[in-house]
Design a protein around this ligand. Structure first.
Ligand code: ARG
Length: 583
């Protein structure tokens, strides 16, 4: 059974089937209107949840002639974990910042193709700091997906986008030392030593090497040290074997047992590469994450805010807002969903509560496109199959936290001379080396804030200021912020920034800040599913399985390769629509 689960999950991870079909190509064609769902007798479908998954599914079903209604718990917005803080939240209402999804890897072609199809403008997102010049690349740079079938799918206009080299001016702040990323890369020894790790490799290079064991299951190493995918048949069997061998491993156990890492190395690399908070989670998640988040990856962001994508998806969809599904009855030739109104929001981050008179919706089928953590609070009658119930009860949902701080000017784009000109007689040097003029990139720190990200662009409409993601953290690191009041989160994140860049930055801080705890968000109940060891195989196959031909499931948790990414939500929305219209 474990072997069978491994094969099933390997196919889902690679988006293929028993015939080695490339499902990514099918999904791309469906999303961009080049292909349609199989024509079947029209059904009356209720979609629960107007996040990316639910709305993608609803749009495909509507286009195929089905009757579709969408229920959304939140009264004031759609989008789920795509959430853009804008307007009056900021002193300068022209600014916006992301509480949730903010960066799209160039390889996430499902997201980019859907956005291009809906004419949602995008531009590069700079994971590393680059010189501030407005026209590094045209917004809709071309992205090409090359299938193992030989077929190609291109989206966006020419030319393709090559990211500029990072300046390395942002900071590494650990064990009381503060150095630039360039200085760390040039001479990693001293920082590594501060952890007791005697090595001249960077943490990034060490972690990259540690993943070679996992890579070798599905890829071959070329003479020049680069890796290429094996043929699809071998990738599937390799991925299944990888799952079989290593799904039970936590990241910590893998690094210790398989790679022979010392505690000091685990601590050093974990701290610098954002792994410490998830050492106890399933190892495979970190393998996937490492290929989506690293300095060699190029990214896009949506120029007008990520919610431009979800607003475009919501357009013309019949969405009833402020309706919380609390009970699902099925098995009587149809589905009845009971919903109650949202009574909230209590605050920006939490969003709401349930309260008020029930209403009833009758349909032929329902697509439950909300996190499994939310389904835990829904009654099913009759009860769901055992595997499904276990998945709903046990699947590990991670948490993430963001603190966003508004500044009246974009001081991170200034070099030391600009600082002198700005401050005149009040000028004081930066505490940790000269300021580097740059957009994008960020800092890593072992203090509570952990990761800082700077905006990749000035504001579109000429606002002089900007919003810094002053603290972005996951798992245990995020929990350290969850219990703080919003005001205290702000104080701590701003103090941390001032420690890195000098007290001089405080004069540009407005009193506006917003923080988002995804764990405390009433409708998300977490950031995303990140499995604990063993869950991919024991629970994974039960997650997307329809029940009784009437209950369908969608959301990024249904697509194991892309948890916590818009791409996963999109793929799952397409899959639910396909399941609903299957023979
Ligand atoms: N997509 C999100 C990001 O770019 C989260 C990625 C992974 N999340 C996670 N909990 N591992 O930051």
């Amino acid at each position: 059974a474990r072997q069978e689960a491994a094969l099933t999950m390997a196919r889902r991870i690679l988006l293929t089937d028993a015939d080695h079909r490339d499902l990514t190509l099918d999904y791309l064609k469906l999303l961009t209107g080049r292909q349609r769902l199989r024509p079947v007798a029209p059904r009356d479908v209720l979609v629960v949840g107007a996040g990316v998954a639910g709305m993608v599914c609803a749009r495909l079903l509507l286009a195929a002639g089905h009757k579709v209604r969408v229920l959304e718990a939140n009264r004031s917005r759609v989008g789920g974990r795509v959430k853009t803080f804008r307007g009056d939240l900021w002193q300068d209402s022209r600014l916006h910042a992301e509480a949730g999804a903010m960066r799209i890897p160039s390889s996430h072609v499902l997201t980019l193709a859907l956005a291009d199809h809906l004419k949602v403008p995008r531009r590069p997102f700079h994971l590393v700091d680059v010189p501030p010049q407005p026209d590094l690349v045209s917004g809709d740079a071309r992205v090409v997906y090359r299938s193992w079938t030989g077929e190609e799918f291109a989206t966006g206009g020419a030319p393709a986008y090559t990211a500029p080299k990072g300046l390395g001016g942002r900071l590494v702040h650990v064990n009381g030392q503060t150095v630039s990323k360039a200085a760390y890369a040039a001479d990693p020894g001293p920082v590594n030593k501060s952890f007791g790790w005697d090595s001249t490799q960077t943490a990034g290079a060490a972690f990259d090497r540690a993943l070679d064991t996992a890579r070798a299951y599905t890829m071959v190493k070329n003479g020049d040290g680069s890796w290429s995918d094996k043929p699809i048949e071998q990738r599937v069997t390799g991925m299944a074997q990888l799952l079989y061998d290593l799904d039970g491993y936590s990241l910590l156990r893998y690094l210790q047992e398989s790679e022979g890492w010392s505690d000091a190395q685990v601590q050093a690399v974990g701290t610098l590469e954002n792994l410490t908070s998830r050492l106890s989670y399933g190892f495979l998640h970190s393998v996937f994450d490492a290929s989506d988040i690293n300095p060699a990856v190029t990214y896009f962001e949506f120029s007008a805010g990520t919610d431009a994508l979800t607003e475009a998806l919501a357009k013309d969809l019949p969405i009833e807002r402020g309706k919380v599904a609390t009970r699902v009855r099925f098995g009587d030739g149809g589905v009845t969903v009971l919903a109650e109104p949202e009574s909230g929001p209590e605050d920006e981050a939490c969003e709401g509560a349930i309260g008020g008179d029930r209403c009833e919706y009758r349909a032929d089928a329902v697509v439950l496109a909300v996190p499994y953590a939310a389904l835990r609070h829904v009654d099913f009658d009759p009860i769901l199959p055992y595997g499904k119930r276990r998945a709903i009860a046990e699947l590990k949902h991670d948490t993430a936290h963001k603190v966003l701080v508004e500044f009246t000017e974009r001081w991170w784009e200034w070099d030391e001379d600009t600082w002198k000109a700005k401050l005149g007689a009040d000028y004081r040097p930066a505490p940790h080396g000269d300021a580097v003029a740059a957009v994008g990139g960020g800092c890593v720190s072992d203090e509570a804030s952990r990761f800082v990200y700077f905006p990749s662009h000035p504001s579109d409409d000429g606002a002089p200021g900007g919003i810094v993601l002053a603290a972005y953290n996951w798992a245990e690191d995020a929990l350290r912020f969850d219990a703080l009041t919003p005001a205290d989160r702000h104080t701590e994140a701003l103090d941390h920034l001032a420690g890195l860049f000098g007290e001089r930055i405080r004069r540009y801080a407005t009193d506006r800040h917003v923080s988002q705890s995804w764990l405390r968000n009433r409708w998300a109940l977490g950031e995303a599913v990140i499995e604990t060891p063993g869950q991919l195989l024991s629970l994974g196959p039960h997650v997307p399985a329809p029940v009784d031909g009437r209950l369908f499931f969608a959301g990024d948790h249904c697509q194991p390769r892309y948890h916590a990414w818009i791409s996963g939500a999109i793929a799952s929305g397409v899959e639910a629509a396909l399941q609903l219209t299957a023979g």
